[in-house]
Design a protein around this ligand. Structure first.
Ligand SMILES: [Fe+2]
Length: 310
């Protein structure tokens, strides 16, 4: 138990990242996911070093309805966790009884209200303390997949070009296809067989190629609700929550409040602290509900966090 504190001194940027909150008025007890979200916000607000950014990697809601977004607003209304708040869109946020456009409008209206932004698209970027935060989002109904489209892919390339080797952080609800144990880890029963299932989908190779053409890119996803998996799991079964591929660091987050499977730690309440220093990036899982840092799952070189020179 303890307040959030960076691992080292002189952090240039601290972000709290959570995913798959799944706020849902139809949840058997709607206050349960609301409690986890609120706990994470309060935990950040009490940080010993102010958190610069609180962000989610999608599926803030289980269904992009006005009722669900009202509950999300209620949580954020109780507590301001950080100077900046950004909400990546997820597939569930774009599902709505009135169709894709109504859900997208709900997402934009509510996300702008919560974050104090003026986005007119589901994809956008912000530079905070000199570091590029790039948020990808669907542009049409695509089921569980991502559908970014040509304009956004070209924009992603330009955004990373502009970062010019400075660490850049990309947030997309879906992970690249086949990473983090997909499609096997897509559900508890391991019923998925299509290699694209649970990932970005048809655009995955193109996104991967853009990421890999740049240095010091970190790509964060959620979506599969895989619990925290460490380096032992990678050695034994070839997948983990933190993976590295051709210089790109891939981080898959557990679900904050909707249950997890396949993990070495399947607890709810887990997200990560992203700490950026002059010469390194440190990513540390934290249970925002229990106010504890990960201790039990070794992620890299026997340490319970991911540290990388940049
Ligand atoms: Fe999802």
């Amino acid at each position: 138990m303890g307040k959030i504190a960076p691992l080292y001194q002189n952090a240039k940027l601290i972000c709290a990242v959570t995913s798959d909150n799944h706020i849902d008025i139809k949840h058997p007890v709607p206050k349960v996911p609301m409690w986890f979200l609120t706990q994470s916000l309060r935990d950040c607000a009490k940080s010993l070093r102010p958190v610069d950014v609180y962000l989610t990697v999608g599926d803030t809601t289980s269904h992009g309805s006005a009722e669900n977004w009202a509950l999300v607003r209620k949580c954020f209304g109780k507590c301001r966790p950080a100077a900046h708040v950004f909400l990546t869109v997820g597939n569930h946020d774009l599902w709505n009884d009135d169709g894709y456009e109504a859900a997208e409008k709900n997402y934009l209206d509510n996300s702008n209200r919560i974050c104090g932004t003026h986005h007119d698209k589901t994809w956008f970027s912000h530079t905070v303390n000199g570091y590029r935060l790039i948020f990808l989002g669907n542009t049409q109904e695509a089921g569980c997949e991502a559908h970014l489209g040509e304009e956004q892919l070209a924009w992603l390339q330009k955004e990373l070009d502009a970062a010019d080797g400075t660490p850049a952080f990309v947030f997309c609800h879906q992970s690249l296809n086949g990473r983090h144990g997909l499609p096997r880890t897509w559900d508890r029963e391991e019923s998925a067989t299509d290699p694209m299932e649970g990932g970005v989908g048809t655009e995955s190779d193109r996104v991967a190629a853009i990421l890999k053409a740049h240095q010091n890119v970190f790509y964060f996803s959620g979506h599969s609700h895989m619990g925290l998996c460490g380096e032992e799991r990678f050695r034994a079964e070839g997948y983990a929550s933190f993976e590295q591929e051709d210089g790109v660091t891939l981080v898959n987050l557990p679900s904050l409040a909707c249950g997890n499977h396949h993990g070495d730690d399947r607890s709810m309440g887990i997200g990560v602290l992203l700490e950026v220093y002059e010469d390194r990036v440190v990513i540390r899982p934290r249970n925002f509900a229990k106010h504890t840092m990960n201790r039990k799952v070794a992620l890299r070189d026997g340490k319970p966090y991911w540290e990388q020179r940049v």
